[in-house]
Design a protein around this ligand. Structure first.
Ligand code: PLP
Length: 474
């Protein structure tokens, strides 16, 4: 018998495999079909590996217990949810890949309570008649931005599309060439305008656009001026863009609406925490912009949403556009958006309780102290399997916002001694909970700015498991 045949003969039968103790125990919580399927697939996989290369095959893997362990691992991976919590140790506050903003505690409670019971989503409890879901957050949004009216939809891309379609479908929209942005690969201003049926009229140049450029482009067909926040890039050197207030001045006499897509949309000035001085939503409204749109899950720190605030008659048009129904928010998101907005009524409370704002506002000295403590604990628990240091590591805002802004911060740098940095990073991503950290100069950096303090124990456990020599290959 050749080596391949010898190995193949050692493969356990499915029935025998399912009868062994580890799998009968697992069978108490896992449907029989799932277990049988996993057993077949595992044996089939082993057979394939043997046939591919018998010389490289480790025969100890064919013991009954070893095969059963592989089956159990496969079943456990399958039973895990696909969408899982991740510890974000990248230092990037708003990672679109990691779900952007974590929510405040009161926003989580609002979701649970609204989900558990029926609610007055579209019932006016005062009159007993039908109400509007939009009204649940409209008043709060007006209060926080000074706008006359407001509506929230599924996300900011939807908000821009809907506002354009409702306000200028079949007409021309004038945009500076310096503001024809692409965000996150799929949101491109020219494409969104085309999709909403607004004819794009480009004015100015990439670096400079002047008030007269807008003025000269006005025709009978002009439906609106669109100003777009250049969230994810900077043009430096000789540049000029026309301010919102100037646009309003040009547009007013012609009865043209001015719309601004603010992108992140801050409700109050965050420049004292190291962010650039940017106009807040209230300032854009005060400058006379007719319609302002922004995201719920960027620097606002709430759930995915697109918020539109502005003049009453325009918001009314937006609300009654047929696509408003297609883009409407669901009750759970509305509940958490309302709870998040309520926190903003008290600025100090917002800074304390909204995770994104809290992380943003944490001073570098405090981060350093936390990082030193974390590194000390890690050193005690991890002994010789890795070298651990505290290093300066800046944070970015992320989520396509403020690309050139760096916040000072600190990270625990881990250099594994018995495996590559990439292998360690991979094991951490596969762990439970998954941990995402940044690889830099052959070290793994765990930035503490985006770590909640109650995640530190989980992080250390995950790190220990991932550094463990006997860790199962996933
Ligand atoms: C992020 C962003 C968008 C898209 O917002 P989503 O909420 O992700 O849909 C649109 N415009 C600008 C300027 C942005 O920064």
């Amino acid at each position: 018998m050749n080596p391949t045949q010898q190995l193949l003969r050692k493969l356990p039968g499915i029935d025998k495999l399912l009868d062994c103790q580890a799998l009968t125990e697992l069978g108490e919580s896992v449907p029989h079909d799932v277990l049988t399927k996993a057993a077949r697939e595992t044996v089939e996989q082993l057979r394939t590996e043997i046939l591919e290369s018998a010389e490289d095959f480790d025969a100890t893997r064919l013991g009954l217990e070893q095969v059963a362990a592989e089956v159990a691992q496969l079943v456990q991976n399958r039973m895990r949810p696909n969408l899982r919590p991740v510890i974000n140790a990248t230092g990037t506050l708003l990672h679109t890949n990691l779900g952007r903003a974590p929510l405040a505690e009161t926003a989580l409670q609002a979701i649970t309570e609204t989900a558990r019971m029926y609610s007055n989503l579209e019932l006016d409890l005062e009159s007993g008649k039908r109400g509007l879901r939009h009204d649940l957050v409209a008043e709060l949004l007006c209060q926080l931005t000074g706008a006359e009216a407001a509506i929230a939809v599924n996300n900011n891309a939807g908000a821009v599309y809907l506002a354009l379609a409702a306000l200028a479908q079949g007409r021309e929209g004038i945009v500076s060439r310096g503001e024809l942005v692409e965000i996150g690969g799929a949101f491109r201003i020219p494409d969104v305008m085309a999709a909403s049926g607004v004819r794009l009229v480009e004015v100015g140049t990439t670096n400079k656009t002047h008030p007269r450029d807008y003025l000269n482009a006005i025709t009978e067909e002009t439906g609106l001026f669109l100003k777009v926040h250049t969230s994810n890039f900077r043009v430096v050197g000789f540049t000029s863009q026309v301010s919102g207030a100037e646009l309003v001045e040009i547009a007013r006499p012609h009865g043209i609406a001015v719309m601004e897509d603010l992108g992140s949309g801050m409700l109050f000035d965050l420049s004292e925490y190291g962010l650039p001085r940017e106009p807040t939503v209230a300032e854009a409204v005060a400058a006379g912009i007719d319609v302002v749109t922004f995201s719920g899950d960027k620097l606002l720190g709430g759930p995915q949403a697109g918020i539109i605030v502005g003049r009453r008659e325009l918001i009314e048009k937006i609300r009654s556009h047929p696509m408003a129904r297609a883009l409407r928010m669901d009750k759970l998101t509305l509940a958490s958006l309302e709870a998040t907005l309520r926190l903003y009524l008290d600025r100090e409370r917002a800074l304390r309780e909204i995770p994104v704002l809290r992380m943003l506002a944490t001073p570098a000295e405090e981060l350093e102290q936390r990082c030193i403590k974390l590194a000390r604990r890690a050193t005690e628990e991890i002994d010789s399997r890795a070298q651990i240091e505290v290093v300066a590591a800046p944070s970015t805002v992320g989520g396509g916002a403020l690309p050139t802004t760096e916040l000072p911060g600190f990270a625990m740098a881990v250099t594994p001694r018995e495996q590559s940095v990439d292998a360690l990073a991979r094991r951490l991503r596969h762990g439970q909970p998954a941990v995402v950290a940044r690889v830099q100069d052959d070290r793994l950096l765990f930035n503490v700015r985006t770590l909640a303090s109650d995640q530190e124990n989980d992080l250390l456990t995950a790190l220990q498991t991932a550094l463990d020599r006997n860790h199962e290959q996933d």
